[in-house]
Design a protein around this ligand. Sequence first.
Ligand code: TRP
Length: 362
Amino acid sequence: MGKIILTGDRPTGRLHLGHYVGSLRRRVELQNSGLFEKIFIMIADAQALTDNADNPDKVRKNIIEVALDYLSVGIDPTKSTIFIQSQVAELCELAFYYMNLVTVSRLQRNPTVKTEIQMRNFETSIPVGFFTYPISQASDITAFRATTVPVGEDQLPMIEQTREIVRRFNSIYGGDLVEPEVLLPTNAACLRLPGTDGKAKMSKSLGNCIYLSDTSEEVRQRVMSMYTDPDHLRVQDPGKVEGNTVFTYLDAFCKPEHFEAYLPEYPNLDELKSHYKRGGLGDVKVKKFLIAILEEELAPIRARRKEWEQDIPGVYRLLKEGSDRAREVAAQTLADVRRAMRINYFEDAELIAEQARKFRGE
Ligand code: TRP
């Protein structure tokens, strides 16, 4: 059996560099590697509604933003199926059955859900849908028989939970659901790209993001005001590179050839870091280097976005076609699940015959 990818994002805003190095960039590589039989990329609007019930308009409007971000980074709709979660109703039915396989205390232990509950001040009034979204995520993954889920580190508990559900389902019902594997970034800087303020990860509410769709001028300003080493006041002072956002971003984005192109007086990143640590290297020079690198990476993404923006109805058509295709696949898995659970009564001629015999008194 070939390998299958399923992954996705909540449409609550445009996608940023954290998404890019944490997952998007990898998806495109995997897509183009030819190693996967099928690739499904889901815009998780139903999941976004679990904590935005009062703001459906935000979710609705960001679907197209996320779709444009996907297309602009190089997700190719002829190779990957891009679809909208809410348009695949089968996912809800699967989740409904999986709910019986998970305890409340298990959900309460999910570390990502825990932090999200705190961040949203949900402690006293957690929406049930939000609380159970890890179960719905298990449906997303298993409906497509995904073997591989490329996501950021924060999604690890979700995949763990999915694997538990799969094992339980298969052992109780003798099903053949697939236990997925997570694919995390291998580089520590990509695993957890900080916001431009150096604090937490990038998040829209903290205003510390660089978006894929930002203009070069916006990117330049963001980098110029980036958090570095607060004790590195004068150029000649020794500086710290640990916890220095500019260097963390270089760890995530810099390739050897960038030195030749933009900073030929240094052979590599290690040498640049040593100079900074010794003293004598100013923040502005390092920031300008980072701006050049980001510009090289983002310019083609921006250009592709501009093109797709000219054909928004076409993008919606593409999402509809993807959703229709996704629905067929999910419906097949749902039929298998119902069969395994023996709730496919009308297909079960043996059941009907047996009951008939019983009531005839045979
Ligand atoms: N939880 C993911 C996020 O917040 C989005 C998502 C929903 C997802 N269903 C998924 C990711 C299934 C991977 C697989 O970004």
